[in-house]
Design a protein around this ligand. Sequence first.
Ligand code: 13P
Length: 252
Amino acid sequence: MTNKFKYFIGNWKMFGDIGSFKIVSKINQYAYKDKKVNKKKIVLCVPNTLIHFYNKKLKKKYISLGVQNCHSNEKYGSFTGSVSASMLKKAGAQHVIIGHSENRSEGETNQLLKKKVNSAINQKLNVIFCIGETHKDKKLGKTFSIIRNQMKETLNKQINLKKIILAYEPVWAIGSNKIPKINELNIIINFIKKTFKKNFKSKKYPKVLYGGSIGPKNIKLFASINEIDGFLVGGASQSSKKFIDIIKNYYK
Ligand code: 13P
């Protein structure tokens, strides 16, 4: 169940412009040089406005680029202001984050997310599917039932495991400088893997990342969780130094 090479995925959120390419370029150079990292597992999910430009500008690509959401309709349609999975794929995205709590809090339901996941997978995008409980859910002891429902109501039984990565992001840990207790996180990561395998009659365990307030100073704490497949980094991925230090410190 364990994997030596971990994913380090940056979610830039609403950050970045043309000039921020220097951040992408530095991380790309780092991925080229460091033999400890698996290049396919370093991903930066940037705003839609930048994916095409960065993709073209990055002549030799040692990292992957992705985006942070897509519309549920797969190709084209009358959906003002929206961008589809097919359009993002053509602009150079290889990954797409779906179900981030910042989008769920604006009304994205499990049913809508199911359509989004399907259209992204149909377009051969790799999906980073976010799940996680709020502070209130946690206090009420609902963590396990919430994340089980988020998986069951959104993912298909015949989901292609090669195309999906689950990201456990407790809502209360995002941007708060709070992280879960390591032993609790270990239990939750294992719960997600086992629940997925059982419910989706999958032969293999899915990949599961952790996200929420990760930085260079706390990353080493997570190294004791063998089953974790990597990390989804928000704010700290907006700095090449912090993002690279996260990777370096993890393997130190
Ligand atoms: P922070 O790392 O800023 O807490 O954000 C985590 C996150 O939302 C990644 O998707």
